[in-house]
Design a protein around this ligand. Structure first.
Ligand code: FES
Length: 90
């Protein structure tokens, strides 16, 4: 388990290692948008990493990331304590 904080939502949860951030949000009833259903085909689930780390960036994420500080919530997996905020694309 690892501490996952969503600063803009004011939520801190204990999530299982290996869960995607989307799975974490689903498990705890947090509002992460998923326009493509979690298939790395939109950027509605995008987050900004404030502190900590997530799994390595997947190739499919790159078209949807503006910079190295962003991740797709449906692809990024929990590997330890991490702090993020939701940062969906337009
Ligand atoms: S839900 Fe569409 S890219 Fe993650």
């Amino acid at each position: 388990m690892a501490r996952v904080e969503f600063v803009d939502l004011g939520q801190v949860v204990e999530a299982g290692l290996g869960m995607t951030l989307l799975e974490v949000c689903d498990a705890f009833g947090l509002p992460m948008e998923t326009a493509c259903g979690g298939f790395a085909a939109c950027n509605s689930c995008r987050v900004r990493v404030i502190a900590g780390a997530l799994s390595e960036v997947e190739d499919v994420e790159h078209p949807f990331l503006d910079d190295d500080g962003q991740r797709l919530g449906c692809q990024a997996r929990v590997v330890g304590a991490v702090t993020v905020r939701l940062e969906p694309g337009a």
